[in-house]
Design a protein around this ligand. Structure first.
Ligand SMILES: *Cc1c(COP(=O)(O)O)cnc(C)c1O
Length: 395
């Protein structure tokens, strides 16, 4: 494990508990990527010489590795620059291609901005949008979802693992409902790869967004799964050269593709052991935090990935908590938008008020998190919460 770690968390470095924001690139992944920069630099689209052939072979090997993690065929994988681009291609590509059939899109209030902002842009361009609420545990009600689908609904977009709460939606059941109604289902799985088993041979999902940098691969590379049977058709959003069967033009970054493939192969090999270890650490972290008192866990207690603990603290002004928690790198329930602190739209959708959302903390663990770091985090939190509660109590 230590050979793969980016570095031991050094003296003076905060403890990194923000794996849902991004992960370090696993050292083993870095090693796979390096030869494809200066030595084997060929353009994978150069079909007339060995430089190109070698690069193309590497890209196709990586494509197969990405496909294998989700039970897809390599031909169903389209390289993109990350999950944001994949979400754009899926939503805009489907709505534009199917415009003659309908212009209605269904998605959920707790989606990532990479889906929500695209949905709002599509509405601005004349599409109709239904934005579904979730239950207080963060899960989507299947009947409410079914009722939202109309004859003119083209696509529903529901994420698999929520990036703030770690809650896991039942996309298998949602997909079955979509199939009944002839609606395409897109799933943003940016937070899911390597955290739970995904099997698109069985799951009735049509489109799936993936990214490398939340799963120990490099930033700036992702993929969109596009089902071949039954065939899903999209309007391309990037033109110029006709790469990726016309769906996404642009020279493929061989080193990035190789990095994502290697990261996903590692995820497949290590997922079971890693998840078991995460569950132990999650219990340890939760027990420690619950010992502080006045804490609530946000999101369903069991239908969540073991990497995520999202909690609200009573009697604390949220932004102060993260500020005072200098020993830990984590995220709060506030997002900076145009210089003001906005309460998280995800926590608001779970029914938290602004103050509770601000007083929330997202701690996300990963491959290099240790029990020692979890214990140190609990200690830091205890001290911070006690200090802030003491300062703010009226007497
Ligand atoms: C991180 C994330 C994205 C954006 O992915 P990028 O690869 O950074 O563009 C989209 N959706 C979810 C759920 C994410 O967590």
């Amino acid at each position: 494990m230590s050979a793969a770690a980016p570095r031991a968390s050094g003296a003076g470095e905060p403890i990194y508990l923000d794996y849902a924001a991004t992960t370090p690139v696993d050292r083993r992944v870095v090693a796979c990527m390096l030869p494809w920069l200066a030595e084997d630099f060929g353009n994978p689209a150069s079909g007339s010489h060995a430089f190109g052939w070698r690069a193309q072979e590497a890209v196709e090997h990586a494509r197969a590795q990405v496909a294998a993690l989700i039970g897809a065929e390599p031909a169903e994988i389209v390289w993109t620059s990350g999950a944001t681009e994949s979400d754009n291609l899926a939503l805009k590509g489907a709505l534009l291609h199917e415009a003659a059939r309908g212009r209605h899109l269904v998605t959920v209030a707790t989606e990532h901005k990479a889906v929500l902002d695209v949905a709002h842009e599509l509405r601005r361009q004349g599409c109709e949008l239904t934005l579904l609420d979730v239950c207080p545990d963060g899960l989507l009600d299947l009947e409410r979802f079914r009722d939202a689908l109309r004859p003119d609904t083209v696509l529903a977009s529901v994420m698999l693992v929520n990036n703030e709460t770690g809650v896991v939606q039942d996309v298998e059941a949602l997909g079955a409902i979509c199939r009944e109604r002839g609606v395409l289902l897109h799933v943003d799985a940016a937070q899911a790869s390597g955290k739970l088993a995904i099997d698109l041979r069985r799951w009735p999902v049509d489109l799936m967004s993936l990214t490398a940098h939340k799963s120990y691969g490099p930033k700036g590379i992702g993929a969109l799964y596009v089902r071949r049977k039954p065939r899903v058709r999209l309007a391309a959003q990037m033109h110029g050269g006709g790469h990726e069967r016309g769906l996404r033009s642009g020279t493929l970054p061989t080193h990035q593709c190789v990095g994502m493939g290697a990261a996903f192969a590692l995820a497949a090999a290590e997922m079971d052991a890693e998840c078991a270890r995460m569950r132990t650490l999650q219990q340890r972290l939760l027990q420690g935090i619950e010992g502080i008192g006045g804490v609530r866990l946000n999101g369903h207690p069991r239908r969540r990935v073991p990497h995520n603990v999202n909690v609200s603290f009573e009697g604390i002004e949220g932004p102060l908590l993260l500020e005072s928690l200098t020993g830990v790198a984590a995220s709060s329930g506030s997002a900076c938008s145009s210089a003001s602190l906005e309460p998280s739209h995800v926590l608001r959708a779970l029914g938290l008020d602004d103050a509770q959302a601000h007083a929330s903390l997202r701690l996300t663990m990963g491959r290099f998190t240790t029990a020692r770091e979890v214990d140190d985090t609990v200690q830091c939190l205890q001290a911070s919460v006690a200090r802030l509660r003491g300062r703010q109590s009226p007497i």
